[in-house]
Design a protein around this ligand. Structure first.
Ligand code: UT7
Length: 325
């Protein structure tokens, strides 16, 4: 009998109240950093973002999103035998964020681990959990993207600090005889690691190196548009389908100009692209599951439709997964 994995529930979590561009501009002006709503909207499409209050962690946001995904699936946490969390802002060096989520959900016993692939993290985690379910290692997984990127931002660097936000998204992935995840492809080019990185490490109880995110925005922009196009075509070919059969494209939400440019290259109309970067900013590994949850709950994504998820980011990493909902 064929064995596949299907997404049977989605959920998300956003901390606190949204912080508008106008509010952020005021906060940054207080520390002598000059920016404007006009620059942020024109260059990125971002209008607001959410920031976690001190003490709020990726595992807490991840657990909240997971609970909502479980409720949507009509499942109990005790039925889950695998938790994969994609994050670059884990609560600790270890235990993993996935183990902390498992503890928070009071669902011990299954496997739990983190995936580190930055903004491609959710697609990497989904492909990993799908493979584990198809090979019988797991039956029901929580796949989560959770970040508190505000903690690794250099607030004196206006070219990065206006771009990111905090949040989490989750899906429940369940073994099924019909394919939900139809194809997935993952890639990395470690030679490009320096275009987007946070190189600090912890040694002897101290942060060594530069713990804050640094980015060559234009290099990332160009790489992103080209690899998103290539991996979309590759993934569709593996599924034996073409891009015009995609009902919804959900790319990593970094910049509305990247979303528009890559959709144009793929020949996908902008009405078929789910955009949440205006509301959430770039939430790294959380951006794709947050957008998937939004478009599922507002009824845009309908049963039977094909959705192409795409991630791209630090590492340099990228990947795509075609799902049928
Ligand atoms: O999650 C994956 C990782 N991230 C991305 O995918 C981001 C990819 N890159 C981008 O989205 C864009 O490259 C940015 C939004 C980061 C930058 O847009 P850009 O059109 O490439 O701008 P730029 O870096 O060329 O900067 C243009 C100008 C510069 O001023 P000068 O040198 O032209 O006078 C910057 O100093 O904009 C200035 N600038 C700002 N001005 C006001 C940079 N940041 C700001 C700011 N407010 N926050």
């Amino acid at each position: 009998m064929n064995r596949f994995s299907r997404i049977v529930g989605t959920g998300s979590a956003l901390p606190g109240e949204p912080v508008s561009n106008e509010e952020l501009v005021i906060r940054l002006a207080r520390i002598g950093v000059e920016t404007s709503d006009d620059w942020i909207v024109t260059r990125t499409g971002i209008r607001q973002r959410y920031f976690a209050a001190p003490g709020v962690t990726s595992s807490q946001l991840g657990a909240e999103a997971a609970r909502k995904a479980l409720a949507a699936a009509g499942m109990e946490a005790s039925e889950i035998d695998l938790i994969v969390v994609a994050t670059s802002t884990p609560d600790h060096v270890f235990p993993s964020t996935a183990c902390l989520v498992q503890k928070e959900l009071d669902a011990p016993g299954g496997a739990a681990f983190d995936v580190s692939a930055v903004c491609s993290g959710f697609v990497y985690a989904l492909a990993t959990a799908d493979a584990m379910i198809r090979t019988g290692i797991a039956n029901r997984a929580l796949v989560i993207g959770a970040e508190v990127f505000s903690r690794i931002l250099d607030w004196n660097d206006r070219s990065t600090c206006v771009l990111f936000g905090d949040g989490a998204g989750a899906v429940v992935l369940s073994a099924d005889t019909r394919p939900g995840v139809m194809a997935a492809r993952l890639h990395a080019d470690g030679r490009q690691g320096n275009v987007l990185c946070a190189t600090g490490s912890i040694s002897g109880g101290e942060v060594i190196g530069h713990p804050f995110l640094t980015m060559n925005g234009q290099a990332v922009f160009k790489l992103a548009v080209s690899v998103l196009d290539a991996v979309a075509r590759e993934t569709m070919a593996v599924a034996g389908m073409s891009l015009d059969q995609v009902d919804w494209l959900i790319p990593h939400q970094a910049n509305v100009r990247i979303l528009e440019a890559s959709a144009r290259r793929m020949g996908i109309a902008s009405e078929r692209v789910v955009v949440t970067v205006d509301q959430h900013a770039n939430t790294s590994a959380a951006s794709v599951p947050l957008a998937l949850d939004r478009a599922t709950r507002d009824g845009r994504i309908k049963p039977g439709q094909h959705v192409l998820l795409e991630g791209v980011g630090g590492g340099f990493t990228w990947g795509a997964a075609l799902i049928q909902v």
